[in-house]
Design a protein around this ligand. Structure first.
Ligand SMILES: Nc1ncnc2c1ncn2[C@@H]1O[C@H](COP(=O)(O)OP(=O)(O)OP(=O)(O)O)[C@@H](O)[C@H]1O
Length: 338
């Protein structure tokens, strides 16, 4: 582990099969104190299997999983870990307060109920029966239960799925607080902006193999692409045919990044002559992805003297993720064990 960080959980050369399906194949990952590791991958990439191995819920077929330097699954290791899996089987008839008290009683050094309420955003829910809560409220309770034992390592498998914006922000705040206190977090998520906002390090799985791992910036840098946005009379289909352009499309202001787009600037009939391969009088907001941003910007300016609102951005994690996972063999056939 670089930088002297304390490794709290790891997979080394781990392989795991379910029958003929190879869920993980030679996977390494490492979780350090005071860091969030985002474990990313498409559906079925192997993320939940990795979490289950780190928790000792199952054993690897080859390689090694450790938690606090020991075999996961031992009671002392489990007591130092908090877990929020994709589904939770909790007593529906118990009140939230009873669930919290019960779970806190398993741990030697639990957080106070008030702390759990604050971290999970459970105000007003303590006396409600778990089974009567909404899906998002249940997720918040599950998060509070995951952190109530004061864990040194927290495993969160898609924790914010189904949460509204405010609840998601409460959870992000809580996570940042826990990490600042030295907690290690393994976060699986399909929300790449969430990984970007929270994670220090990223491991990307595709079909059970690690296709990228490193600091967030390193993984983002994996893609050389830049994203250019502008208002132009040039047609997106025509720009897309330029040799140095990977893709170009007219974007609907309503769908584009709210901060980057002035919806009022979007002509209502801009869709009209898209795709015809010719310039038109009205400006469309166009988004271009290219490896040669400077060349494309020069050509855009040369061909459209009225071009405005030019922006050039580095590709984000979402672009890197798509590129990384696209490079991998896209069918599942090779996962079948011989
Ligand atoms: N109990 C099981 N029995 C058989 N195959 C399984 C089992 N659990 C998972 N798999 C298979 O192993 C592969 C990895 O599954 P896993 O649940 O780890 O993926 P994931 O990345 O967590 O997916 P998702 O994003 O959909 O939650 C998939 O092909 C899945 O179908």
């Amino acid at each position: 582990m670089e930088g002297g960080s304390i490794e709290l959980a790891s997979l080394r050369g781990v392989r795991k099969q379910y029958g003929k399906v190879v869920a993980l194949d030679g996977v390494d990952l490492s979780l350090a104190a005071g860091q969030v590791l985002a474990l990313l991958g498409a559906n079925g990439a192997g993320k939940s299997t990795a979490v289950a191995l780190l928790l000792g819920l199952m054993q690897p077929d080859a390689g090694e999983a450790t938690l606090f330097g020991r075999l996961p699954g031992r009671l002392d290791a489990r007591r130092g870990a908090g877990v929020m899996l994709q589904s939770a089987a909790l007593q529906e008839t118990l009140k939230v307060r009873e669930l919290l008290d019960l779970t806190r009683s398993y741990y030697p050094n639990p957080r106070s109920v008030a702390d759990c309420v604050a971290l999970g955003g459970l105000d007003g829910l303590l006396d409600r029966r778990y089974g009567k809560l909404s899906g998002g409220q249940q997720r918040r309770v599950q998060f509070a239960l995951a952190v109530c034992g004061n864990p040194r390592v927290l495993f969160l498998d898609e924790p914010t799925t189904g949460l509204d914006i405010e609840a998601r922000q409460t959870l992000w705040r809580a996570l940042r607080e826990l990490v600042a206190q030295g907690c290690a977090v393994l976060l699986t998520t399909h929300y790449l902006e969430e990984a970007e906002a929270l994670a220090d390090r990223v491991t990307v799985l595709a079909h059970g193999r690690v296709v990228a791992a490193g600091a967030m910036d390193e993984v983002r840098r994996h893609v050389s692409a830049r994203r250019i946005r502008c208002l132009t009379t040039l047609d997106a289909a025509r720009i897309a045919a330029w040799p140095e352009v990977r893709s170009a499309r007219a974007v609907d202001a309503a769908l584009a990044d709210a901060g980057a787009v002035d919806a009022g600037a979007m002509p209502s009939d801009a869709v009209g002559d898209r795709g015809l391969g010719r310039s038109h009088e009205k400006s469309d907001r166009v988004e271009i992805v290219t490896d040669a941003a400077e060349d494309v910007v020069r050509r855009l300016l040369a061909e459209d003297a009225t071009l405005s609102e030019l922006e050039v951005q580095r590709a984000g994690l979402a672009d890197a993720f798509l590129e990384l996972t696209r490079e991998d063999v896209s069918d599942d056939a090779h996962r079948e064990a011989a």
